[in-house]
Design a protein around this ligand. Structure first.
Ligand code: PLP
Length: 390
């Protein structure tokens, strides 16, 4: 038996996405061809673009398909995105590597986060001072803690100071309602594989009227000259199917995962009062528990994997390596080298999965020579979205 509780790393492929991909593979055709097969492929891509746009409350003309969240961020975060170019990159201290790599800016400034895991908006004026054309990028939800960031406030202040604004919404889209217009950003990135679509496809979405002054791949002129190369039609269709499902089921999924997440956290606290839930007093994603467990999280991840549970200790890095959590460090947490256990749920997670996880956690503590108490579940009625912040 395997229980998958690492949805923030990647979500299982939805059957609707698989079906849409298989149909597109079978249809064939290049969307740039003028014949019937080409026109059919073009129709699939453009219908998909509308579905993807709708999920983030944007205009289909402003959706650029990319190979994922990383490429979308790389397309957004370039000095030459405007002409004249941007002269300073301002990000937060807790960005995903897709944003944190710096992107060749001569000047890069990082906004600190408080001990509560929230980006310090008060540091923004200082970070913008002296830059003529800054580019500001702050993530909407952190991938490790799930804590929501004040993107709308940051975007409003940054735009007033002449900045172009981007948000990495990879972890937020499909888990909470996301509106490009309501956030007030110029650019927003997200990724299909976090919402039940395939890996290797994502989108950069632009505010209506925002024009890229340059691109990375012009080549064949696809995506209105903004990202050349034959479109990955099947992947795009899988992305769109996942976007449709996410949109239709969002309200239900939010209360479902929040209820299970609250049940999980209540159960863990009842088992072990050393367990500390990061972000439980601030707005956060409804599906994510980031847990200090009083011992090295990495060891727990391995023990739980052997017991049949897929969880993580922070973000999934390439080659499976686990470093010290940059997020815990940025929050000024004690003993950041111990890490934290990230348990992330999804719409298919069931009550039985949470109960099995609690039993495995109790057994793991027993094996580690600690007091073993049978799991006692505090009944949690309707998972409160007050703590989910959505
Ligand atoms: N940004 C965040 C916050 C993420 O969690 C991830 C994926 O882990 C990415 C960006 C990268 O997205 P992709 O895997 O589609 O390149």
């Amino acid at each position: 038996m395997r229980v998958y509780l690492d949805w923030n790393a990647t979500a299982p492929l939805l059957p609707e996405a698989r079906d849409a991909m298989m149909a597109a593979f079978d249809a064939g055709g290049n969307p740039s061809s003028v014949h019937r097969e080409g026109r059919a492929a073009r129709a699939l891509v453009e219908n998909a673009r509308a579905d993807v746009a709708r999920l983030v409350d944007a205009d289909p003309r402003d959706v650029i398909f990319t190979s994922g969240g990383t490429e979308a961020a790389a397309l957004a975060l370039r000095p030459a995105i405007t002409d004249p170019p941007r002269d300073r990159l301002v990000i937060s201290a807790i960005e995903h590597p897709a944003v944190a790599v710096g992107h060749g800016f001569a000047e890069a400034v990082s906004l600190p986060v408080g001990t509560d895991g929230i980006v310090d908006v008060a540091a923004l004026p200082g970070a913008l001072a002296g830059a003529a054309r800054p580019l500001v990028s702050v993530m909407l939800a952190n991938n490790e803690t799930g804590i929501l960031q004040p993107v709308a406030a940051i975007a409003a202040e940054a735009r007033a100071a002449g900045a172009v604004t981007h948000t990495d919404a990879v972890q937020a889209v499909g888990k909470i309602p996301v509106s490009l217009a309501a956030l007030g950003v110029d650019l927003l990135s997200f990724s299909a594989h976090k919402i039940g679509g395939p890996q290797g496809i994502g989108a950069l979405v632009l505010r209506r009227g925002f024009a890229l002054a340059s691109t990375v791949q012009r080549a064949g002129g696809q995506e209105q000259g903004r990202r050349g190369g034959t479109e990955g039609v099947a992947a795009i269709c899988g992305f769109a199917a996942a976007a449709r499902v996410a949109r239709e089921r969002l309200a239900h999924d939010i209360s479902h995962v929040a209820r299970l997440r609250d049940r999980l956290e209540a159960g863990l606290r009842a088992l072990d009062n050393a367990v500390q839930v990061i972000g439980d007093t601030v707005p956060r994603l409804p599906n994510t528990s980031f847990l200090r467990i009083g011992r090295k999280a990495e060891t727990a991840v391995i023990a739980l994997d052997l017991a049949g549970f897929a969880v993580s200790s922070g973000s999934a890095c390439s080659s499976g390596k686990v470093g010290v959590s940059a997020v815990l460090k940025a929050m000024g947490a004690a003993a950041p080298e111990e890490g934290a256990l990230r348990v992330s749920l999804g719409p298919a997670t069931r009550d039985e999965d949470i109960e099995a996880f609690l039993a495995a956690f109790a057994a793991m503590r027993g094996n580690a020579g600690q007091t073993n108490t049978a799991p006692r579940l505090a009944p949690v009625e309707n998972g409160s979205l007050a703590s989910a912040g959505a």
